[in-house]
Design a binder for this molecule. Structure first.
Ligand SMILES: NCc1[nH]cc(CCC(=O)O)c1CC(=O)O
Length: 308
C-alpha cells in the first residue's frame, strides 16, 4: 500500500491497512514522496493533484497495489487504468477552529489573525464580516497548530477529520457549523484506489472498506465541483448528507440532501458566498450535484473558476 509520509497520511493508510489485515490480507506500507510534500508554495500554484499524482503513478507502474488518498485532494477527472474500489465511512466532514485561549469564532476580536491557505476557507471567513485578518499558511497539521501555540497567529482552521485521525481533537475550540463554513467537497473521506485490471484487490477493497452512503454523498459533492469546472483549490464548499424522507406511500426512504456554496469577489474585494441546495433519491446523487451547480451558476458563480 502506498501512502504519503505525513503523519496524517500514515494514520489514514493505517486504518485501511488494519481493515485489510483483519480480512486476511498481508500488507506492506510504501512511503511515496509527492510534490505537495516537497514544496511549500500555495497549492493553487503547484497545481491539481499535487498530493495524489505520484501515488497514482506508483500504482500504474506496479510499485504499489493500493493507494490511499484524502478524497478531497483527488482531481475531479477520472483516472484511466485505476479503479476507485473503496470509499470508507467518512469522518465528521466539518472544519474546526483551533484558537488561542479556547476562543470561538465569534469571540475572536476584530483584527485577529487566522491562518489558512485554502481559498474556500478564506472566502467564507471574509464573508462572515467579523473583521478577521486572514494569513496564508501551508504545512502539515503540527506546523499549523504550532503557529497558534507560538502566538504568531490567533487561530487556524483545519479539517476536523485530520485532527481526529491524529487524536488531536483536544485542540479544537469550535467545530464550525456548515451554515458558516461549508467543508470542501469530499472532506473527511478517503479514496482507496487499485489498478482497474487487478480484480482480486478490487474485490477485496470493495468488500472490506467500502461504504455506499459515503460514496453517494461524496459523488453528489464532487459532481457539483466538477460541474463548476473547479478543483480542490477553488473557493467552493459542499456538504451532502443522507437523510430519511417519506415516499408517496408514506414509507421511510433514504434520500440525499446537498448544500453548496461558491464565492464571488466584487471589484472592491468584498466576498459574497452564493448558496444553493437540493434533495434527490440516492441513485441520483451525481444529478443532484449538477443541479445544485447549475443553480450556483445561475446565481453568478461563473466567476469562481480556478485561479480567480
Ligand atoms: N491537503 C490538505 C488536506 N487534505 C486532507 C486533509 C484533512 C483530512 C480530510 O479532509 O479528510 C487536509 C488538511 C486540512 O484540510 O486540514
Amino acid at each position: 500500500m502506498g501512502t504519503r509520509a505525513s503523519k496524517l497520511a500514515l494514520a489514514q493508510t493505517g486504518t485501511v491497512a488494519a481493515a485489510l489485515e483483519a480480512a486476511g490480507a498481508t500488507v506492506e506500507i510504501v512511503k511515496v514522496s509527492t510534490p505537495g510534500d516537497r514544496s511549500s508554495a500555495p497549492i493553487a500554484e503547484i497545481g491539481v493533484g499535487v498530493f495524489t499524482s505520484a501515488l497514482r503513478e506508483a500504482l500504474l507502474s506496479g510499485q504499489i497495489d493500493v493507494a490511499v488518498h484524502s478524497y478531497k485532494d483527488l482531481p475531479t477527472a477520472p483516472q484511466d487504468g485505476l479503479s476507485l474500489a473503496g470509499v470508507p465511512q467518512r469522518e465528521d466532514p466539518r472544519d474546526a477552529l483551533c484558537a488561542r485561549d479556547g476562543l470561538t469564532l465569534g469571540e475572536l476580536p476584530p483584527g485577529s489573525r487566522i491562518g489558512t491557505g485554502a481559498p474556500r476557507r478564506t472566502a467564507q471567513l471574509k464573508a462572515l464580516g467579523l473583521g478577521l485578518e486572514i494569513v496564508p499558511i501551508r504545512g502539515n497539521i503540527d506546523t499549523r497548530l504550532g503557529k497558534v501555540t507560538s502566538g504568531e497567529l490567533d487561530a487556524v482552521v483545519l479539517a476536523r477529520a485530520g485532527l481526529s485521525r491524529l487524536d488531536k481533537l483536544a485542540v479544537v475550540t469550535e467545530t464550525l457549523d456548515p451554515i458558516q463554513m461549508l467543508p470542501a467537497p469530499a472532506q473527511g473521506a478517503l479514496a482507496v484506489e487499485c489498478r482497474a485490471d487487478d480484480v482480486d484487490v478490487e474485490h477485496l477493497l470493495h468488500s472490506t472498506v467500502d461504504d455506499p452512503t459515503t460514496r453517494a454523498a461524496v459523488a453528489a459533492e464532487r459532481s457539483m465541483l466538477a460541474a463548476l469546472e473547479a478543483g480542490c483549490s477553488a473557493p467552493v464548499g459542499a456538504l451532502a448528507e443522507v437523510v430519511e424522507d417519506l415516499d408517496e406511500n408514506g414509507s421511510v426512504v433514504e434520500r440525499i440532501s446537498l448544500r453548496g456554496t461558491a464565492a464571488v469577489t466584487s471589484e472592491s474585494g468584498a466576498v459574497e458566498m452564493l448558496r444553493a441546495s437540493g434533495v434527490a433519491d440516492i441513485g441520483d446523487a451525481e444529478k443532484l450535484g449538477r443541479m445544485v451547480a447549475d443553480e450556483l451558476l445561475d446565481l453568478g458563480a461563473g466567476a469562481v473558476r480556478p485561479g480567480t
